[in-house]
Design a protein around this ligand. Structure first.
Ligand code: ADP
Ligand code: MG
Length: 332
C-alpha cells in the first residue's frame, strides 16, 4: 500500500542499487573498495574516486554487500501485488558482467532470486484471493541475442523466425512462442530449469554466452473476478540483461564486434525509452530494439518498472561502475 502511494507520487520507475561483495580473489589480491555505504539507509551511495574525492548517487534503495536475497525481495514484492491487481510490471537487472545480475534475478538453488520469489508470491496471493478470483498463470522463457529472439522452451525454435506482433487489444506477443501454463511453484521451478538448460545448448561457454544475451521471463496473468465477471490480463517481465561493459580495444572485430554493437544499441535504446518516459516525452522510441519492443507493454503507461543497477565494489571496476550509476541516474 505504502509503496503504491509513494509510487503514484513519484512516477512509475524505481531504481534500486545493489553492490556485490568483494570476491575472494579480489580480497586476496588486496583490491580496494571504492563504494561507501555510510548513507545507504537514506538511499545514498558514495564513490571514492582517487582516495578522498567522493561522488554521491541517490536511488530509491541502496543495498550493501551484506544485504541478502530476502532483503532485496522484501522491497520488490509490492510489485507482485500490482501484477495481480491488473498492472503490467517490468523488473530488470542492469550492470557490468560479474556484478550479480544473475544472482539477483535467478539466484542459486540455496539463495533463490527475484524470479522464483516473485512467482512464489504470485501463487501465494492468488491463493489468498481464490474465493473471489480465478487466475491463470503462464510463463515464457526467451533470449534475445544479436537482435534475434530464441524460445528457450522450444527445442526447435532455432529454425523458427520469431517476430513481435501487436494484437488488436494492444498487447504485444510473439506468435508461436511457448506459453507454459503453471499451476504451482513446483511447475514454475521445472520451467525455469528447462529454460536455463536450453540456454546452454549451442554455446561452448555458457557464462560468456549468457553475459552477451538478454534473458527474459514473461509471466502472463489472466484474472477473472467471479463477483462481477470482469476479466483482466497483465504481463510481468523479469529480465537479466546482457553485460553493460564496453568492449576491450583488443576485441573490436568479427562476431564479438557485432555482438557488442547489438548489446550497446539495445541497452541505449532501453535507457532512451525510460528517460523519455521519465521526461514525459511525447514520442517513446520503443521500436529501436527488440528488447524495448518486447517490453513495451510493461514500460510506460500505468505500468510499473523496477531497475536493479548492479555494481562491483572494486577499484579495478571503477569506470564501469560510474558508467552504470550514470545510466541509472539518467533513467530516474
Ligand atoms: P552477472 O550475472 O552480473 O554477470 P553474477 O550474478 O554471475 O553476475 O555474479 C558474479 C559472481 O558474484 C557469482 O559468483 C555470484 O554468486 C557472486 N555474487 C553476486 N552478487 C552477490 C551477492 N550479493 N552476494 C554474494 N555473492 C554474489
Ligand atoms: Mg549473468
Amino acid at each position: 500500500k505504502l509503496f503504491n502511494q509513494v509510487q503514484e507520487a513519484k512516477g512509475n520507475i524505481r531504481v534500486f542499487c545493489r553492490c556485490r561483495p568483494l570476491s575472494k580473489s579480489e580480497a586476496l589480491a588486496g583490491c580496494s573498495m571504492v563504494v561507501d555505504f555510510d548513507a545507504a539507509n537514506d538511499g545514498e551511495l558514495g564513490i571514492l574516486n582517487g582516495g578522498s574525492m567522493k561522488k554521491t548517487f541517490k536511488f530509491d534503495r541502496v543495498y550493501t554487500p551484506k544485504d541478502d536475497q530476502v532483503d532485496v525481495f522484501a522491497d520488490a514484492s509490492p510489485m507482485v501485488t500490482s501484477v495481480l491487481d491488473g498492472y503490467n510490471v517490468c523488473i530488470f537487472a542492469y550492470g557490468q558482467t560479474g556484478t550479480g545480475k544473475t544472482f539477483t534475478m535467478e539466484g542459486t538453488v540455496e539463495k533463490r532470486g527475484v524470479n522464483y520469489r516473485t512467482l512464489e508470491e504470485l501463487f501465494k496471493i492468488a491463493n489468498e484471493r481464490s474465493e473471489n478470483f480465478t487466475y491463470k498463470i503462464s510463463v515464457s522463457v526467451l533470449e534475445v541475442y544479436n537482435e534475434q529472439i530464441r524460445d528457450l522452451l522450444d527445442a526447435s525454435s532455432a529454425s523458427k523466425k520469431l517476430e513481435i506482433k501487436q494484437a488488436s487489444e494492444g498487447f504485444h506477443h510473439i506468435p508461436g512462442i511457448v506459453e507454459a501454463e503453471v499451476e504451482n511453484i513446483k511447475e514454475v521451478w521445472d520451467v525455469l530449469q528447462a529454460g536455463s538448460s536450453a540456454r546452454a545448448v549451442g554455446s561452448n561457454n555458457v557464462n560468456e554466452h549468457s553475459s552477451r544475451s538478454h534473458c527474459m521471463l514473461c509471466v502472463m496473468v489472466r484474472a477473472k473476478n467471479m463477483i462481477n465477471g470482469e476479466c483482466t490480463k497483465s504481463k510481468l517481465w523479469l529480465v537479466d540483461l546482457a553485460g553493460s561493459e564496453r568492449l576491450a580495444k583488443t576485441d573490436v572485430q568479427g562476431d564479438r564486434l557485432k555482438e557488442a554493437q547489438n548489446i550497446n544499441r539495445s541497452l541505449s535504446a532501453l535507457g532512451d525509452v525510460i528517460s523519455a518516459l521519465a521526461n514525459k516525452s511525447s514520442h517513446i522510441p520503443y521500436r529501436n530494439s527488440k528488447l524495448t519492443h518486447l517490453l513495451q507493454d510493461s514500460l510506460g503507461g500505468d505500468s510499473k518498472t523496477l531497475m536493479f543497477v548492479q555494481i562491483s565494489p572494486s577499484e579495478k571496476d571503477l569506470s564501469e561502475t560510474l558508467s552504470s550509476l550514470n545510466f541509472a541516474t539518467r533513467v530516474r
